[in-house]
Each structure stands twice: as structure tokens, then as C-alpha cells.
Design a protein around this ligand. Sequence first.
Ligand code: HEC
Ligand code: HEC
Ligand code: HEC
Ligand code: HEC
Ligand code: HEC
Ligand code: HEC
Ligand code: HEC
Length: 368
Amino acid sequence: MRALPGVLVVAAALGSCSEGRPRQGELANPVSWEEEIGPLFAASCNSCHSGAAPAGNYRTTSYLDALGPYAAPVATAGDPDSPLLATIDPAHADAVHQPVSGAFSQAKAWVVDGKLSFFRSGTHEGGILNPHDPQFHSNLVKADGWNFSRCQGCHGDPDLSGGKAGVSCQECHSFQLPSGGAPTCVSCHGSAQSPAPPRDLAGNTASSALGVGAHQPHLFGKTVISGAIACSACHLVPTEVGSPGHLEIPLPAEVTFSGLALADGAAPVWDRNTATCSATYCHGGGAKLSADTAAHLQKPVWTGGTAQAFCGACHGIPPSTPPHSGITFPNCAGCHPRTLTPEGTIIVSGTGDARTSFHINGAIDVGP
Ligand code: HEC
Ligand code: HEC
Ligand code: HEC
Ligand code: HEC
Ligand code: HEC
Ligand code: HEC
Ligand code: HEC
């Protein structure tokens, strides 16, 4: 963490970590979101730029929203040509924005001189909450080798729920850190059982949350119909917290299929908008299973629960393919004895992570 120009970092670190928000930062951050811009935008902009369908698909109701989408921010610290300023500049504003162009000069002071600062602080730099700023707070943790002990010193040891700073990290995160600040794989997501959600990054535990979804049935089985599905079928798995591809990419988490998901030439696609996977090998993608026209549901909804994987969903019972003409359930074990019992129950050995099965193992198993 760096000191603001003109502020004694030692004094800040040792002394000024109080319930209130120290104001030593005025010089470097003449205008900030919390003090001026938040209230100004609430009065001038929120009437149109808020709610479920905001004007221009742009919200001014929180700092992070007002910066614009991560991929296309409306403002860049220090840049007088930022789209945010162009939109409300009295010299250029359209008819919609002329009436609120009085906000321009203060907005300009915030973007250009104030460097989009979040608050006036004697402790942190103004970019602490701006994901595009080098001083964005995750960069501070990264610089400490992803150790949180420095943050715990003021924000609460070990739970980061406020501490002397009086600001809880848990408003936006769901951290569970040990004292000493060195995270484990379940400090930011997952449970004692596994780093897979639940809980997700925001602390959700319900399977209706996108971050939670069907992780548990894949890993631990609800109706157990296969071996354990590895994280690597759907993600690149980091070996340590700082591994490439893990934290430097903005949310959401990346779904990167490999291994079993790609068997038999399958080319799966994750569609976040509809929360569906299509063409995964496991749910009936790949050359052989996609030739079966008796399957009922090969495009499962990640948040749809057990209804998404019933017997007959991924392939017909039996499939429509030639070897099966005249065959009826449960008469499958004659030809698929490693997969099913004569009663038609799927054979799974072992429990938890050590589960194995010939069903959904990447190969069609016929014969003894
Ligand atoms: C009367 C409604 C209204 C008010 C009040 C209003 N806007 Fe807008 N704003 C719109 C509409 C409609 C659009 C999309 C079309 C356009 O650009 O005019 C828009 C678009 C924008 C965009 C472009 C978003 C993008 O991603 O390209 C920005 C930035 C913006 N407004 C900023 C502001 C700011 C800052 C204020 C307050 C100082 C404000 N607006 C007040 C209606 C409004
Ligand atoms: C010297 C005490 C101190 C240390 C160390 C510290 N903080 Fe803070 N932090 C504060 C105080 C006090 C605030 C409240 C705003 C202010 O007055 O600066 C704050 C505010 C924040 C905020 C803004 C949250 C909000 O909603 O207002 C974030 C984010 C943050 N700190 C992250 C961190 C991270 C990450 C670390 C560890 C690298 C850290 N802080 C270390 C004292 C500290
Ligand atoms: C106002 C909301 C907010 C608060 C409060 C907040 N953060 Fe964050 N934090 C974010 C956002 C947004 C990201 C970026 C997420 C992304 O897109 O990857 C982030 C990212 C992080 C990351 C990178 C890994 C991850 O989980 O995304 C760390 C580490 C982190 N914050 C630590 C802290 C600490 C420590 C505190 C408290 C001192 C804190 N945060 C308070 C919003 C917040
Ligand atoms: C500091 C918090 C933090 C810790 C500790 C952490 N993760 Fe993550 N993890 C995240 C965040 C944030 C994401 C979402 C990243 C993104 O935006 O792509 C994530 C995503 C993932 C994903 C999904 C794939 C991806 O990269 O998006 C896997 C798998 C994963 N983590 C495994 C692990 C493992 C294994 C460990 C221990 C080595 C670990 N995580 C420790 C915060 C953490
Ligand atoms: C069957 C596929 C699949 C498997 C297996 C899987 N994941 Fe995921 N994971 C997903 C999907 C889908 C998402 C949601 C991605 C999104 O938000 O766009 C996700 C999201 C995540 C997230 C982000 C949660 C959030 O709050 O946004 C983490 C962390 C994660 N997975 C970790 C893991 C870990 C660790 C494992 C193994 C122990 C694992 N996953 C196994 C499909 C899977
Ligand atoms: C007379 C032997 C026989 C019986 C009985 C039989 N199968 Fe098959 N099954 C096969 C053969 C042969 C294949 C094709 C193997 C290959 O192409 O590599 C196959 C393939 C499959 C496949 C992979 C997809 C496909 O269509 O190729 C599924 C799924 C399947 N069988 C399910 C069943 C079910 C469910 C039953 C019971 C209702 C059943 N089978 C009964 C012989 C049989
Ligand atoms: C989540 C999708 C899915 C569901 C649900 C499913 N299967 Fe399968 N099944 C597959 C896949 C994929 C294969 C392809 C072969 C493999 O990889 O084991 C397969 C193959 C089979 C085979 C051929 C033998 C083999 O192991 O290759 C039989 C028999 C079978 N399934 C029976 C069933 C029965 C009975 C049910 C319901 C209790 C069922 N399946 C539910 C995905 C599914």
C-alpha cells in the first residue's frame, strides 16, 4: 500500500485507522465519489440511470456501476475525453443531457483531477475500488503474495468483517481466512469439503445461483450415476492462488472444457445468458450419442436441479441406434453388464471423490 502524496504513511498505518474516514487526502483527491459525485449523480442522473432497465443500459447508483462495464468503461482516470464527460459537456450534450449538463464541471474535476477517486482517505489511494486502477485493492493483496494479514490488521482479524477500519470486506466478498492471512483454496469459495461452490464468491449457497448451480451433483452426486466429475472437465484448475488464469481475469469465472467433456469429438458450449451447456459429451454430445434421436434433454440448465439429468435425458432408453431395435428397459445388462445390473441400476463403486463407474467414462462399454 502506498501513501498519498504528502501523507505520512507510518502515521496512517499506526494511528488513523478509526471508525471515521480520515480526511488527510483532500489535496490528492479534490473530488470523490462518496463525498460529491455520488450525491450529485443521485440528484441529476439516477432518475433515468437506475433500476432494472436503466437509460443507455447504464447505472449511476453505485461507484462500480458509474464507472461503466468492465470491458467498456465510460470513464478513465485523468482522461478529459472520457465518454462520461462528453455525454454531459454543455458544448456537446444531446437534448436529454442538456438539462443536467450543470454536473459537468464537478464530474470533470472528479475524472481528471480526482482520478475517479472513491473517497477522500488518509489510508488508501482513490483508485481502491476502481478495477482499472493500479491501486485497485486486489492488486494490494496480490503485491503481498495474496496474503491478507495487512488487510486484517485494520479490517478485522481474521474475519475481515470491519475491525478498526469499520469497513467490512464481506459486503462484497465471502472470505473465510485464517489468522495470519495466508489463504487456502476454500478461503474465497467452496466449503470444508471442496473448493467448489457452494459457497460461491458472493456467499450464495442455493443451487439457483449461477455461481453455485450443479457443482455438488457433479462432484459428489445426488442421484449417483457416474464417477466423480473433475473440476478440470469444466475449468482450468489453478495449482496455487496466484496461478495464471485464476484471479487476473475479471468475473465471471471461466468455463474451459477439457477431458471427459470433449470425448468422442464433442464441442461443448457454455451459454451464461441461458445458464445452459450444449453438446457436452456427458449430456449426449459427441458423434455416437448425438446420432441418437430418442434422447430428451441434451441441453441441461446449470441451475435447473435434478430434473436436468433423468434416465432418458442424455440418450434414449434404449437409444434409437441399430443395435437396440426391439430391446426394452431393463434388458440392457445382457450387452452392457459392466454398466448396469440386470434390474437396470447403474453400477458405481466407491464414494465421494473416489467414485468410479463404466457409465459416463468416455467409452461405450459393451460386453463383459
Ligand atoms: C432524462 C433521462 C436522463 C438523465 C436525467 C440522464 N441521462 Fe444519461 N442517458 C439517457 C439516455 C436515454 C441515454 C442513452 C441515449 C443517449 O445517449 O442519449 C443516456 C446515456 C448516457 C451515457 C452513455 C452510456 C454508455 O454506456 O454509452 C452516459 C455516460 C450518461 N448517459 C451519463 C449521464 C449522467 C452522468 C447523467 C447525470 C449528470 C445523466 N446521464 C442523466 C437519459 C438520461
Ligand atoms: C492502516 C489501516 C488499513 C489497512 C492496513 C488496510 N485498510 Fe482498507 N480501509 C481502511 C479504512 C480506515 C477504510 C475506510 C475508508 C477510509 O477512511 O480510508 C478502508 C477502506 C477500504 C476499502 C473500501 C471499502 C468501502 O466500501 O468503503 C477497501 C476495498 C479496502 N479498504 C481494502 C483494503 C485491502 C485489500 C487491504 C489490504 C491490502 C487494506 N484495505 C488494508 C484502513 C486500512
Ligand atoms: C464495494 C465492494 C467491495 C468491497 C467492500 C471489497 N471488495 Fe474486494 N473486490 C471487489 C470487486 C468488484 C472485485 C473484482 C472482482 C472481479 O471482477 O474479479 C474485488 C476483488 C478482490 C480480490 C481479488 C480476488 C477476488 O475474490 O475477486 C481480493 C483479494 C479482494 N477483492 C480483497 C478485498 C478485501 C481484503 C476487502 C476488505 C478490506 C475487500 N476486497 C472489500 C469489490 C469489493
Ligand atoms: C483470494 C481468493 C481466492 C482463493 C484463495 C482461491 N480462489 Fe479460486 N477463484 C477466485 C475467484 C475470484 C475466481 C473467479 C475468477 C475469475 O473471475 O475468472 C475463482 C475461480 C476458481 C475456479 C474456476 C476457474 C476460474 O479460474 O475462473 C477454480 C477451479 C478455482 N477458483 C480453484 C481454486 C483453487 C484450486 C484454489 C487454491 C489453490 C483457489 N481457487 C483459491 C478466488 C480465489
Ligand atoms: C460440470 C462443469 C463444472 C465442474 C465439474 C466444476 N465447475 Fe465450477 N463452474 C461451472 C459453471 C458452469 C460455473 C458458472 C460460470 C459462470 O458464472 O459463468 C462455475 C463457476 C465456478 C466458480 C465461480 C463461482 C462464482 O461465485 O461465480 C468457482 C470458484 C468454481 N466454479 C470452482 C470449481 C471447482 C473448484 C471445481 C472442482 C472442485 C469446479 N468448479 C467444478 C462448472 C463446473
Ligand atoms: C443386444 C445388445 C445390446 C443391448 C441389449 C443393449 N445395447 Fe446398448 N449398445 C449395444 C451396442 C453394440 C452399442 C454400440 C457400441 C458402439 O457403437 O461402440 C450400444 C450402445 C449404447 C449406447 C451408446 C449410444 C449409441 O446409441 O451408440 C447407449 C447409451 C446404450 N447402448 C444404451 C442401452 C440401453 C439403455 C439398453 C437397455 C434398454 C441397451 N443399450 C441395451 C448393444 C446393446
Ligand atoms: C447425464 C447424462 C446421462 C444420463 C442422465 C444417463 N446416461 Fe447413460 N450414458 C451417458 C453417456 C454420455 C453414455 C456414453 C458412454 C459412456 O461414456 O459411458 C451413456 C451410456 C449408457 C449405456 C451404455 C453402456 C456404457 O456404459 O457405455 C447404458 C446402458 C446407459 N447409459 C444407461 C443409462 C441408464 C439406465 C440411465 C438412467 C438410470 C442413464 N444411462 C442415464 C449419459 C447419461
